[in-house]
Design a protein. Structure first.
Length: 273
């Protein structure tokens, strides 16, 4: 979340900040732009990629845990309104690109079609211009107020500050919601963990018993995982390797604890039935 997001902060600042964070998907698009797009195939491919991306956003937002706070929604809304602006610019640029075809003498602009007649090239260019202006008008009227209202809305999601807080919160939830023993194993003193962001968490883990089976919830390799003791194999050095494990639905190190607890309980329930 952007700090100091006040009345003087542009509404698109949330988008810009998030887009500049490490992101493989954004990086791929920026690399394509830097490499250069200069022919009809490039134009069609990037337009189709944008459409696929928009469809993927719909799928992402359909998840029950797609957003944790209204501030998350503010960031997404900021990106959407910027996208609308860019779509409007793309429609305008599309019309100008067709105009360059006409200027080359490779297409002709007829008079606008009359009533009851099918739209022609001139009508299409006017439609592109008109829709572009309408979209820009919608953004101008609604973007700032909508993004700010979402950003300022109070929320109470228990979002942890670091990996250790996440593990502890999940352990507490599992102890409340699971019908058998849950044990948090601490590998360090409270207040001594420093988040190194190496993907392997703080070392603490949670053991969950279920009908004689033992499960272990932990973080490793930048993922939240659940292993089952019966899948483990003891090595000569006393360590255990696992032939199978379940990766939970989110890799965020500060994920909503209930999302992770739900995943753990769902896996255990599926094993017991």
């Amino acid at each position: 979340m952007l700090l100091n997001f006040d009345d003087s902060t542009p509404w698109d600042a949330l988008y810009k900040q998030t887009a500049d964070e490490p992101n493989d998907l954004v990086s791929e698009v920026r690399t394509a732009v830097e490499y250069g797009m200069c022919d009809p195939r490039d134009s069609a491919e990037i337009a189709c990629a944008a459409t696929e991306t928009a469809e993927a956003v719909v799928a992402a937002l359909s998840s029950p845990w797609s957003l944790y706070t209204p501030q998350d929604a503010a960031t997404v809304a900021s990106a959407f309104f910027v996208q609308l602006q860019q779509n409007a610019d793309a429609l305008k640029e599309l019309g100008q690109a067709v105009g360059r075809i006409v200027e080359r003498g490779e297409a002709e602009l007829p008079a606008p079609a009359g009533a009851g007649q099918p739209a022609n090239l001139t009508d299409a260019l006017e439609a592109l211009r008109s829709v572009s202006e309408q979209i820009h008008g919608l953004v101008a009227r609604h973007a700032s107020t909508t993004v700010r209202a979402l950003h300022d809305a109070p929320g109470s999601a228990p979002v942890p500050a670091d990996v250790h807080e996440t593990v502890v919160a999940v352990a507490d939830l599992l102890a409340e919601q699971h019908d058998q023993a849950v044990t948090l194993t601490r590998r360090h003193e409270d207040g001594t963990y420093e988040d190194s962001d190496d993907g392997f968490g703080c070392g603490c883990d949670v053991t969950v018993l279920a009908d004689g089976e033992e499960y272990n919830f932990h973080r490793g390799d930048s993922e939240w995982s659940l292993t089952r003791e019966s899948d483990g194999r003891k090595l000569s050095d006393g360590s255990t390797v696992y032939s199978a494990y379940k990766t939970l639905s989110t890799s965020l190190k500060t994920a909503h604890p209930q999302q992770l607890a739900n995943d753990v309980l769902h896996i255990i329930t599926a094993d017991r039935t």
